[in-house]
Design a protein around this ligand. Sequence first.
Ligand code: CU
Length: 337
Amino acid sequence: MGLGTRALSKAGGVLASASLAVFFATPTWAQDLMGQPTPGGIGLQPAASPLKHQAHIFHDAILMPIMTAICVLVLGLIIWIAIRYNEKANPVPAKWSHNTLIEVIWTVLPVMILVGISLFSFRLLFAYHDMPTPDLTVKATGNQWNWAYEYPDQGIAEYISAMLPEDEARAQNVPYRLAASEPIVVPVGKTVRVLVTAADVIHAFALPAFGLKTDAVPGRVNETWFRAERTGVFYGQCSELCGVDHAFMPIQINVVTEAEFAAWVASKGGSMTPATAAEAPGGTAAQVAVGTTEAAAPAAPVAGAIPTAQTATTPTAPAAGTAPAATAPAAAAPAAQ
Ligand SMILES: [Cu+2]
Protein backbone atom coordinates (compact mmCIF):
# COMPACT_ATOMS: atom_id res chain seq x y z
CA MET A 1 0.00 0.00 0.00
CA GLY A 2 2.78 2.37 1.05
CA LEU A 3 4.73 1.43 -2.05
CA GLY A 4 1.67 2.03 -4.22
CA THR A 5 1.12 5.44 -2.66
CA ARG A 6 4.76 6.37 -3.18
CA ALA A 7 4.57 5.21 -6.81
CA LEU A 8 1.40 7.21 -7.31
CA SER A 9 2.90 10.31 -5.77
CA LYS A 10 6.05 9.88 -7.88
CA ALA A 11 3.91 9.52 -11.01
CA GLY A 12 1.97 12.60 -9.96
CA GLY A 13 5.21 14.52 -9.53
CA VAL A 14 6.40 13.48 -12.97
CA LEU A 15 3.04 14.49 -14.46
CA ALA A 16 3.14 17.84 -12.68
CA SER A 17 6.64 18.62 -13.89
CA ALA A 18 5.73 17.43 -17.38
CA SER A 19 2.74 19.78 -17.51
CA LEU A 20 4.89 22.59 -16.14
CA ALA A 21 7.44 21.83 -18.84
CA VAL A 22 4.70 21.93 -21.47
CA PHE A 23 3.44 25.21 -20.06
CA PHE A 24 6.81 26.88 -20.14
CA ALA A 25 7.81 25.30 -23.43
CA THR A 26 4.74 26.64 -25.23
CA PRO A 27 6.21 30.03 -26.16
CA THR A 28 9.14 28.27 -27.83
CA TRP A 29 6.82 26.09 -29.90
CA ALA A 30 4.68 29.07 -30.68
CA GLN A 31 7.77 30.83 -31.95
CA ASP A 32 8.56 27.91 -34.23
CA LEU A 33 4.99 27.76 -35.51
CA MET A 34 4.44 31.49 -35.85
CA GLY A 35 1.21 32.25 -37.63
CA GLN A 36 -0.71 29.09 -36.82
CA PRO A 37 -2.21 27.25 -33.84
CA THR A 38 0.25 25.24 -31.76
CA PRO A 39 -0.25 21.86 -30.07
CA GLY A 40 -0.86 22.46 -26.38
CA GLY A 41 -0.66 26.20 -26.91
CA ILE A 42 -1.92 28.46 -24.13
CA GLY A 43 -2.95 32.04 -24.67
CA LEU A 44 -3.13 34.06 -27.84
CA GLN A 45 -1.08 33.41 -30.95
CA PRO A 46 2.20 35.35 -31.05
CA ALA A 47 1.70 38.84 -32.42
CA ALA A 48 3.14 39.83 -35.78
CA SER A 49 1.58 43.27 -36.23
CA PRO A 50 1.41 46.45 -34.10
CA LEU A 51 -2.34 46.12 -33.56
CA LYS A 52 -2.00 42.58 -32.31
CA HIS A 53 0.67 43.68 -29.82
CA GLN A 54 -1.78 46.24 -28.46
CA ALA A 55 -4.49 43.57 -28.30
CA HIS A 56 -2.10 41.33 -26.33
CA ILE A 57 -1.42 44.12 -23.82
CA PHE A 58 -5.15 44.78 -23.46
CA HIS A 59 -5.85 41.09 -22.89
CA ASP A 60 -2.86 40.11 -20.77
CA ALA A 61 -2.22 43.25 -18.71
CA ILE A 62 -5.74 44.63 -18.28
CA LEU A 63 -8.55 42.13 -18.84
CA MET A 64 -6.97 39.02 -17.31
CA PRO A 65 -5.85 40.67 -14.02
CA ILE A 66 -9.30 42.26 -13.58
CA MET A 67 -11.04 38.94 -14.30
CA THR A 68 -8.69 37.09 -11.96
CA ALA A 69 -9.24 39.60 -9.16
CA ILE A 70 -13.03 39.38 -9.54
CA CYS A 71 -12.96 35.56 -9.56
CA VAL A 72 -10.73 35.43 -6.47
CA LEU A 73 -12.92 37.97 -4.65
CA VAL A 74 -16.18 36.16 -5.44
CA LEU A 75 -14.71 32.73 -4.61
CA GLY A 76 -13.36 34.11 -1.31
CA LEU A 77 -16.77 35.56 -0.43
CA ILE A 78 -18.51 32.26 -1.21
CA ILE A 79 -16.03 30.26 0.90
CA TRP A 80 -16.28 32.77 3.77
CA ILE A 81 -20.09 32.67 3.75
CA ALA A 82 -20.19 28.87 3.48
CA ILE A 83 -17.93 28.52 6.54
CA ARG A 84 -19.04 31.44 8.67
CA TYR A 85 -22.79 31.33 8.03
CA ASN A 86 -23.61 27.65 7.63
CA GLU A 87 -26.29 26.09 9.84
CA LYS A 88 -23.83 24.81 12.44
CA ALA A 89 -21.75 27.96 12.80
CA ASN A 90 -24.72 30.30 12.67
CA PRO A 91 -27.83 28.46 13.94
CA VAL A 92 -29.93 31.62 14.37
CA PRO A 93 -29.72 33.64 11.13
CA ALA A 94 -30.33 37.37 11.09
CA LYS A 95 -33.73 38.43 9.80
CA TRP A 96 -32.88 41.71 8.10
CA SER A 97 -33.02 42.21 4.35
CA HIS A 98 -31.70 45.03 2.15
CA ASN A 99 -28.63 47.07 2.92
CA THR A 100 -28.55 50.28 0.96
CA LEU A 101 -24.80 50.83 1.28
CA ILE A 102 -23.94 47.34 -0.01
CA GLU A 103 -26.43 47.64 -2.86
CA VAL A 104 -24.93 50.96 -3.92
CA ILE A 105 -21.44 49.47 -3.76
CA TRP A 106 -22.28 46.41 -5.85
CA THR A 107 -23.97 48.58 -8.45
CA VAL A 108 -21.39 51.35 -8.69
CA LEU A 109 -18.29 49.18 -8.50
CA PRO A 110 -19.08 47.01 -11.58
CA VAL A 111 -20.02 50.14 -13.51
CA MET A 112 -16.66 51.71 -12.64
CA ILE A 113 -14.84 48.51 -13.64
CA LEU A 114 -16.66 48.44 -17.00
CA VAL A 115 -15.96 52.12 -17.63
CA GLY A 116 -12.28 51.52 -16.81
CA ILE A 117 -12.14 48.60 -19.26
CA SER A 118 -13.95 50.60 -21.94
CA LEU A 119 -11.30 53.34 -21.85
CA PHE A 120 -8.62 50.85 -22.90
CA SER A 121 -11.00 49.03 -25.20
CA PHE A 122 -11.94 52.18 -27.10
CA ARG A 123 -8.29 53.15 -27.44
CA LEU A 124 -7.64 49.83 -29.17
CA LEU A 125 -10.78 50.19 -31.26
CA PHE A 126 -9.67 53.64 -32.44
CA ALA A 127 -6.22 52.25 -33.27
CA TYR A 128 -7.93 49.74 -35.58
CA HIS A 129 -9.96 52.52 -37.11
CA ASP A 130 -7.06 54.94 -37.62
CA MET A 131 -5.39 53.30 -40.56
CA PRO A 132 -2.13 54.93 -41.64
CA THR A 133 -1.92 55.83 -45.32
CA PRO A 134 -1.81 52.39 -46.91
CA ASP A 135 1.05 51.26 -49.14
CA LEU A 136 -1.01 48.51 -50.67
CA THR A 137 -4.64 47.49 -51.07
CA VAL A 138 -5.94 43.95 -51.26
CA LYS A 139 -9.58 43.22 -51.89
CA ALA A 140 -10.87 40.02 -50.28
CA THR A 141 -14.22 38.60 -51.32
CA GLY A 142 -15.75 35.71 -49.38
CA ASN A 143 -17.52 33.08 -51.45
CA GLN A 144 -19.21 29.83 -50.48
CA TRP A 145 -16.55 28.44 -49.93
CA ASN A 146 -13.31 30.08 -50.85
CA TRP A 147 -11.75 33.53 -50.92
CA ALA A 148 -11.13 35.67 -53.97
CA TYR A 149 -8.32 38.23 -53.85
CA GLU A 150 -7.57 41.17 -56.05
CA TYR A 151 -4.82 43.83 -56.08
CA PRO A 152 -6.41 46.86 -57.72
CA ASP A 153 -3.31 49.09 -57.58
CA GLN A 154 -1.01 46.47 -59.09
CA GLY A 155 -3.55 45.49 -61.72
CA ILE A 156 -3.75 41.90 -60.49
CA ALA A 157 -7.14 40.54 -61.43
CA GLU A 158 -9.20 38.54 -59.01
CA TYR A 159 -7.92 35.04 -58.28
CA ILE A 160 -9.44 32.26 -56.22
CA SER A 161 -7.82 30.97 -53.05
CA ALA A 162 -9.23 27.61 -51.98
CA MET A 163 -8.22 25.12 -49.33
CA LEU A 164 -5.23 23.03 -50.35
CA PRO A 165 -6.28 19.36 -50.80
CA GLU A 166 -5.01 17.03 -48.08
CA ASP A 167 -2.54 15.08 -50.23
CA GLU A 168 -0.97 18.29 -51.56
CA ALA A 169 -0.77 19.79 -48.08
CA ARG A 170 0.96 16.67 -46.75
CA ALA A 171 3.33 16.61 -49.72
CA GLN A 172 4.28 20.25 -49.17
CA ASN A 173 4.48 19.80 -45.38
CA VAL A 174 2.05 22.63 -44.73
CA PRO A 175 -0.90 22.53 -42.32
CA TYR A 176 -3.91 20.87 -43.93
CA ARG A 177 -7.10 22.99 -43.64
CA LEU A 178 -5.05 26.12 -43.01
CA ALA A 179 -2.93 26.19 -46.16
CA ALA A 180 -4.50 27.75 -49.25
CA SER A 181 -3.95 27.08 -52.92
CA GLU A 182 -3.18 30.74 -53.63
CA PRO A 183 -2.11 32.96 -50.72
CA ILE A 184 -2.29 36.70 -50.28
CA VAL A 185 1.28 37.95 -50.74
CA VAL A 186 2.37 41.20 -49.12
CA PRO A 187 5.69 42.95 -48.49
CA VAL A 188 7.00 43.08 -44.92
CA GLY A 189 6.71 46.35 -42.99
CA LYS A 190 4.14 47.88 -45.33
CA THR A 191 0.68 49.05 -44.34
CA VAL A 192 -1.78 46.80 -46.11
CA ARG A 193 -5.39 47.86 -46.42
CA VAL A 194 -7.81 44.97 -46.83
CA LEU A 195 -11.19 45.71 -48.38
CA VAL A 196 -13.47 42.92 -47.24
CA THR A 197 -16.73 41.96 -48.88
CA ALA A 198 -18.72 38.83 -49.77
CA ALA A 199 -20.52 37.54 -52.81
CA ASP A 200 -23.22 35.38 -51.28
CA VAL A 201 -23.59 35.11 -47.50
CA ILE A 202 -21.79 36.74 -44.59
CA HIS A 203 -18.23 35.49 -44.08
CA ALA A 204 -15.50 36.96 -41.87
CA PHE A 205 -11.89 37.66 -42.73
CA ALA A 206 -9.87 36.65 -39.67
CA LEU A 207 -6.17 36.08 -39.05
CA PRO A 208 -5.04 35.88 -35.41
CA ALA A 209 -1.35 36.80 -35.75
CA PHE A 210 -2.29 40.19 -37.25
CA GLY A 211 -5.34 40.65 -35.02
CA LEU A 212 -7.69 40.71 -38.00
CA LYS A 213 -11.39 39.91 -37.78
CA THR A 214 -13.69 41.76 -40.12
CA ASP A 215 -17.10 40.72 -41.38
CA ALA A 216 -17.46 40.13 -45.10
CA VAL A 217 -20.97 41.28 -45.93
CA PRO A 218 -22.57 41.06 -49.38
CA GLY A 219 -23.18 44.48 -50.89
CA ARG A 220 -20.96 46.23 -48.39
CA VAL A 221 -17.23 46.93 -48.21
CA ASN A 222 -15.58 46.76 -44.81
CA GLU A 223 -12.04 47.85 -44.26
CA THR A 224 -9.25 46.66 -42.03
CA TRP A 225 -5.48 46.94 -42.10
CA PHE A 226 -2.28 45.37 -40.85
CA ARG A 227 1.45 45.86 -41.03
CA ALA A 228 3.39 42.61 -40.89
CA GLU A 229 6.48 42.88 -38.72
CA ARG A 230 8.28 39.85 -40.07
CA THR A 231 8.38 37.63 -43.09
CA GLY A 232 6.72 34.24 -42.94
CA VAL A 233 3.50 32.40 -43.59
CA PHE A 234 0.46 33.28 -41.51
CA TYR A 235 -2.83 31.45 -41.38
CA GLY A 236 -6.39 32.43 -40.59
CA GLN A 237 -9.86 31.19 -41.35
CA CYS A 238 -13.34 32.38 -42.18
CA SER A 239 -14.86 33.23 -38.80
CA GLU A 240 -18.53 33.46 -39.60
CA LEU A 241 -20.71 30.36 -39.94
CA CYS A 242 -21.39 30.54 -43.65
CA GLY A 243 -22.59 27.08 -44.66
CA VAL A 244 -21.54 23.44 -44.73
CA ASP A 245 -17.98 24.16 -45.90
CA HIS A 246 -17.41 27.05 -43.52
CA ALA A 247 -14.51 25.20 -41.93
CA PHE A 248 -12.77 24.74 -45.27
CA MET A 249 -12.06 28.27 -46.44
CA PRO A 250 -8.67 29.13 -44.91
CA ILE A 251 -6.84 32.41 -45.29
CA GLN A 252 -3.11 32.35 -45.95
CA ILE A 253 -0.95 35.46 -46.02
CA ASN A 254 2.66 35.13 -47.15
CA VAL A 255 4.81 38.03 -45.94
CA VAL A 256 7.86 38.46 -48.15
CA THR A 257 10.58 40.99 -48.90
CA GLU A 258 9.88 43.83 -51.30
CA ALA A 259 11.95 42.21 -54.04
CA GLU A 260 10.06 38.94 -53.65
CA PHE A 261 6.78 40.84 -53.70
CA ALA A 262 7.74 42.60 -56.94
CA ALA A 263 8.62 39.24 -58.47
CA TRP A 264 5.30 37.78 -57.35
CA VAL A 265 3.38 40.75 -58.78
CA ALA A 266 5.16 40.24 -62.09
CA SER A 267 4.37 36.52 -62.03
CA LYS A 268 0.70 37.42 -61.59
CA GLY A 269 0.79 39.68 -64.63
CA GLY A 270 0.59 42.85 -62.54
CA SER A 271 2.77 45.91 -62.34
CA MET A 272 4.36 47.65 -59.37
CA THR A 273 3.90 50.99 -61.13
CA PRO A 274 0.62 51.26 -63.00
CA ALA A 275 0.91 54.34 -65.26
CA THR A 276 -1.96 56.06 -63.48
CA ALA A 277 -4.29 55.02 -60.75
CA ALA A 278 -7.17 55.16 -63.17
CA GLU A 279 -5.51 52.57 -65.43
CA ALA A 280 -5.37 49.93 -62.76
CA PRO A 281 -8.58 47.91 -62.63
CA GLY A 282 -10.51 49.36 -59.74
CA GLY A 283 -7.42 51.37 -58.84
CA THR A 284 -7.40 52.96 -55.42
CA ALA A 285 -4.10 54.85 -55.58
CA ALA A 286 -5.90 58.11 -56.35
CA GLN A 287 -7.95 57.86 -53.18
CA VAL A 288 -4.87 56.93 -51.20
CA ALA A 289 -3.15 60.08 -52.39
CA VAL A 290 -6.09 62.16 -51.21
CA GLY A 291 -5.78 60.37 -47.89
CA THR A 292 -9.46 59.92 -47.14
CA THR A 293 -10.70 56.61 -45.90
CA GLU A 294 -14.23 57.39 -47.02
CA ALA A 295 -13.13 57.44 -50.62
CA ALA A 296 -11.22 54.23 -50.14
CA ALA A 297 -14.10 51.91 -50.76
CA PRO A 298 -15.14 52.30 -54.38
CA ALA A 299 -18.46 50.56 -54.82
CA ALA A 300 -18.27 49.84 -58.51
CA PRO A 301 -15.17 47.59 -58.60
CA VAL A 302 -16.38 45.53 -55.68
CA ALA A 303 -19.85 45.08 -57.02
CA GLY A 304 -18.43 44.33 -60.42
CA ALA A 305 -16.22 41.59 -59.04
CA ILE A 306 -19.07 39.63 -57.57
CA PRO A 307 -20.23 37.88 -60.75
CA THR A 308 -16.71 36.63 -61.47
CA ALA A 309 -16.38 35.29 -57.96
CA GLN A 310 -19.73 33.56 -58.24
CA THR A 311 -18.76 31.68 -61.32
CA ALA A 312 -15.42 30.42 -60.06
CA THR A 313 -16.17 28.69 -56.80
CA THR A 314 -14.45 25.39 -57.54
CA PRO A 315 -10.86 25.03 -56.41
CA THR A 316 -9.98 23.43 -59.71
CA ALA A 317 -10.84 26.58 -61.64
CA PRO A 318 -8.65 29.30 -60.16
CA ALA A 319 -8.10 32.75 -61.58
CA ALA A 320 -8.18 31.53 -65.16
CA GLY A 321 -11.10 33.05 -66.98
CA THR A 322 -11.97 35.61 -64.35
CA ALA A 323 -11.99 39.10 -65.68
CA PRO A 324 -10.58 42.14 -63.91
CA ALA A 325 -13.25 43.67 -61.75
CA ALA A 326 -13.48 46.91 -63.69
CA THR A 327 -14.47 45.08 -66.86
CA ALA A 328 -17.42 43.29 -65.32
CA PRO A 329 -20.72 45.14 -65.32
CA ALA A 330 -21.65 46.30 -61.84
CA ALA A 331 -25.34 46.00 -62.61
CA ALA A 332 -25.04 42.22 -62.92
CA ALA A 333 -24.24 41.71 -59.26
CA PRO A 334 -27.73 41.41 -57.77
CA ALA A 335 -28.84 38.87 -60.35
CA ALA A 336 -26.19 36.35 -59.34
CA GLN A 337 -28.12 34.73 -56.50
CU1 CU B 1 -17.17 31.74 -44.79
